[in-house]
Design a protein around this ligand. Structure first.
Ligand code: MSP
Length: 639
């Protein structure tokens, strides 16, 4: 019988880059929760998807010489492949470029507009002409465009605004109720950082780019990506035109999100729903980040961890277990290969793997592989069975708080208790005495039964491992593997036959494996580093470039920007100045005398007030920037 509905969501991912292990973290957690709720008897709807509009996507596609949709289709295929590899059990995958979603977002915006919650105003920002991008003051880097380092101009554009300020008081109440946003510390942060200083109305349209959904009340305007993206949680259910699924599943039981997007989900999103007069999600959980050596993982830092490499080496169950067990979901945690390998060895190979293989080996050795119902009791039986049957409820209570780490820890308490039961009962001693045969068989049964309960409880986290254990214990999936069956001791039937199998988790030689792992990662990086080629050009296109050899005669720091150097160059008889963003990688004195290649006919620009007459050629990889140098006379043409 169903215990009711349960609707959970992950954020929808930006397909602007390959997803790394940090992204998979939210989804792995959501998957375990979805599987757990299904097992516990809920009618689950698990939604994930991709956030495909906006300037960034438009730009990435353009750089690759593709139309946005062409680029996106390839990326989405990869993301779906990754979720298939990770065995993510989502029920629906929404793309914000789905026609239904686009139409529904327009209906949502129109409703908010009709209500009088959207009005026309002016958006003020900094504009980078070459990149066609708007930036806020805070986004600028040294006062320049954070993307290209060029100067920006203060600009205004006509835009529509959502009356976020109108919902300020209701949002404060919501955030203070102790249930809506977890962990609670994040709710306090939202109130003191955003509600207390007073909410500004939110700019919700742009006219500076095209890749997005048109505002229905003014087609010159594109709807702001966050309004588009947040709506996915209800458009996926058919809101507003196809209410059946919506009425069944909305409001969401939980939105799982990373901490940096909590603000959007707990201020903008509920305010949108208030404007639409719809119920609010029951809970938003803002989880911490997986850090790498203390910093955020990012492709530009070259520290991204590819989950596929780890799955290939250790299996999907091991990776999922590690992510959920090692880190406390609400807090940041440092990812590190050594911590991963040690955890796999201690919890999976030693504690769980050994328990199963020792038990199966003893049943085979001492009773021909056959389990018999207990005929006698040992003094250790009650404490074992009591702990085993009571743990399911503890797991359930922890899962409801999204406390994955402690849910797993409570299961591992049973694993360790069962291992201890072997030491306490010493089956190898009982086996030496024919009179102890019944006691020995009872012990073997209790061990197997305890493992059965463990396997039922780990199934939402590690479905393959659970299935492998059932196979070894001779159990068929069914009555003896339901979630409820974990609350009863003594379900395995008389005469059940166990089966020997390879170890569930082979022990890892940590130091050897660390080397192998870095070699595998380096190879991946190399394969990945190859950028796709740009679209074809003709010789005439190339001839337009005036490439020259120039000798650097002077180099100094830019007076206003840390990233820039001002270089004086000699090109034959001529001298000229260029400004270049290489300050991080080169010392001024090391550059003198280098013969570099520059584009000599590039239109001059001022970079933070200093004129630049050309651009040098360079290439970069994870180690840094390398200049293109040649050993011929300065002033020579490069062709
Ligand atoms: N598209 C928006 C979400 C819109 S939801 C209506 C977005 N996408 S994202 O791809 O940048 O991030 C998606 C999720 O991945 C976020 O929850 C984010 O916190 C998570 N992670 C990305 N890197 C992460 C880590 N290193 N660690 C943990 N999670 C992180 O934001």
């Amino acid at each position: 019988m169903s215990r009711g509905k349960y609707y959970l969501t992950t954020p929808i991912y930006y397909p602007s880059d390959k997803l790394h292990i940090g992204h998979t973290y939210t989804t792995v957690a959501a998957d375990a929760l979805a599987r757990f709720k299904r097992a516990a008897g809920y009618d689950v709807m698990f939604l994930t998807g991709t956030d495909e509009h906006g300037q960034k996507i438009e730009k990435v596609a353009q750089e690759k010489g593709l139309k946005p949709k062409e680029y996106l289709d390839g990326m989405i295929e990869d993301i779906k492949k990754l979720w298939a590899t990770m065995e993510i059990s989502y029920d629906q995958f929404i793309r914000t470029t789905d026609e239904d979603h686009e139409k529904r977002v327009q209906a949502i915006a129109q409703k908010m507009y009709d209500k009088g919650d959207i009005y026309k105003g002016h958006y003020e920002g900094w504009y980078c002409t070459p990149c066609e991008s708007f930036w806020t003051e805070a986004q600028l880097s040294d006062g320049c465009c954070p993307d290209c380092g060029r100067p920006v101009e203060k600009t205004q554009e006509e835009a529509y605004f959502f009356k976020l300020s109108k919902y300020q008081d209701r949002l404060r109440d919501l955030l203070s109720n102790g249930e809506f946003l977890l962990p609670e510390s994040r709710a306090k942060e939202m109130i003191s950082n955003f509600i207390d200083p007073g909410l500004d109305d939110l700019c919700i349209t742009r006219t500076s780019f095209d890749w997005g959904i048109k505002a229905p009340f003014d087609e010159k305007h594109i709807i702001y990506v966050w309004l588009d993206a947040l709506s996915n949680y209800i458009t996926a259910l058919g809101y507003p035109d196809s209410p059946e699924k919506y009425e069944k599943f909305w409001p969401a039981d939980v939105h799982l999100v990373g901490k940096e997007i909590v603000r959007f989900h707990t201020i903008i999103w509920p305010a949108m729903l208030m404007s639409l007069e719809q119920p609010l999600p029951k809970m938003v959980f803002g989880h911490g980040w997986l850090l790498f050596d203390g910093g955020k993982m990012s492709k530009s830092k070259g520290n991204v961890v590819d989950p596929v490499v780890l799955i290939e080496r250790y299996g999907v169950d091991a990776l999922k277990y590690f992510l959920l067990r090692e880190y406390s979901f609400g807090h940041d945690g440092n990812f590190n290969n050594e911590v991963l390998l040690n955890r796999l060895n201690s919890d999976l190979a030693n504690d769980l793997g050994n328990l199963v293989s020792r038990t199966v080996a003893m049943v085979l050795k001492y009773n021909g592989g056959v389990l018999e119902l207990p005929k006698v009791k040992t003094e250790f039986d009650d404490s074992l069975s009591e702990l085993a049957v009571s743990t399911g409820a503890a797991v359930e209570e922890r899962m409801d708080r999204l406390d994955f780490g402690n849910a797993l820890e409570s299961i591992w308490k049973v694993v360790r208790r069962t291992n201890k039961y072997i030491d306490e009962t010493m089956p190898w001693v009982l086996a030496k005495d024919e009179d102890q045969k019944d006691k020995l068989n009872s012990v073997l049964y209790n061990l197997s039964e305890s493992i059965r309960i463990i396997s039922v409880m780990i199934k939402p986290f590690m479905p393959h491992t659970a299935a492998k254990i059932w196979d070894q214990l001779g159990i068929v999936e069914g009555e003896s593997t339901t979630w409820e069956s974990a609350a009863t001791f003594g379900i395995i039937k008389e005469g059940t036959k166990v089966k020997k199998a390879p170890p569930l988790f082979p022990r890892i030689d940590v130091s050897k494996e660390l080397d192998a792992l870095s070699a595998a990662t380096a190879q991946e990086d190399e394969e990945e580093a190859s950028e796709p080629y740009k679209p074809e050009i003709t010789l005439d296109d190339f001839e337009k470039l005036d490439l020259r050899v120039a000798e650097i005669v002077k180099a100094e720091k830019h007076p206003k920007a840390d990233k820039l150097l001002v270089l004086q160059l000699k090109l034959g008889q001529e001298t000229r100045q260029i400004v270049s963003g290489i300050a991080k990688d080169f010392k001024c004195e090391d550059l003198i005398g280098k013969k570099i290649v520059i584009i000599a006919n590039l239109k001059p620009v001022k970079l933070r007030g200093v004129e630049s007459n050309g651009m040098l050629l360079a290439a970069d990889d994870a180690q840094g920037i390398g200049l293109v140098t040649v050993d011929v006379a300065d002033g020579s043409l490069v062709r």
